[in-house]
Each structure stands twice: as C-alpha cells, then as structure tokens.
Design a protein. Sequence first.
Length: 106
Amino acid sequence: MIEVILVFHLFIAIAMVISVLLQRSEGGALGMGGGGTMGGLMTTRGSANLLTRATAVLAAIFMSTSILLAILSGATQKKSSIMDQPAIEAPALPALPKLPSVPLAK
C-alpha cells in the first residue's frame, strides 16, 4: 500500500515541477511558455490561470500524499520506549591474582 502511494507521490512531484517550470515568471525571463499564445489554444492569460490552478491542485495532492505517507510509515513502527529495554551490563572486571605479582623478600 505504501509503495503504491509513494509511486503516485513521485508522479505528482514530477508533474508539479513541470507545471511550475511552464509558468511564466513575473519578469518573463524564466518562463518556458514563450512570448505568444500557446498554439492558439488559449490566450496567455487563460493559460496562466490554468497553470496556476493546476499547480495549486497538484500541490494540494502532494501535501495530502505526504501526510498520508507519514501516517502510514508511523503506524508500521513498533512503539517502544528506551525505558522498556534492558540495561546493558558493564563487562566484568578481570579477576585479581591470588598470589602477589612481585616476589616478597624474606
């Protein structure tokens, strides 16, 4: 289920990037739409409104899939606390020698 939503999420992200790049910037320097009409299909103003609305819809879908993916990924994790885990025991100290390590003078 998560994989299907993730693939859909990626397609929406790609479509949103394309729709943003097709829009005309305020200065008109970065827009890929060109200077004239878009093939005589719509006026420049109509295409700008269409791309703006399409970008807004894609952004809303992108945000909803992001939230849905976050909820689904959080639901699959096992809830645990660090306090529930056993403490790590310190390694045992080496045994002390039973005989003195230095010979005693008599």
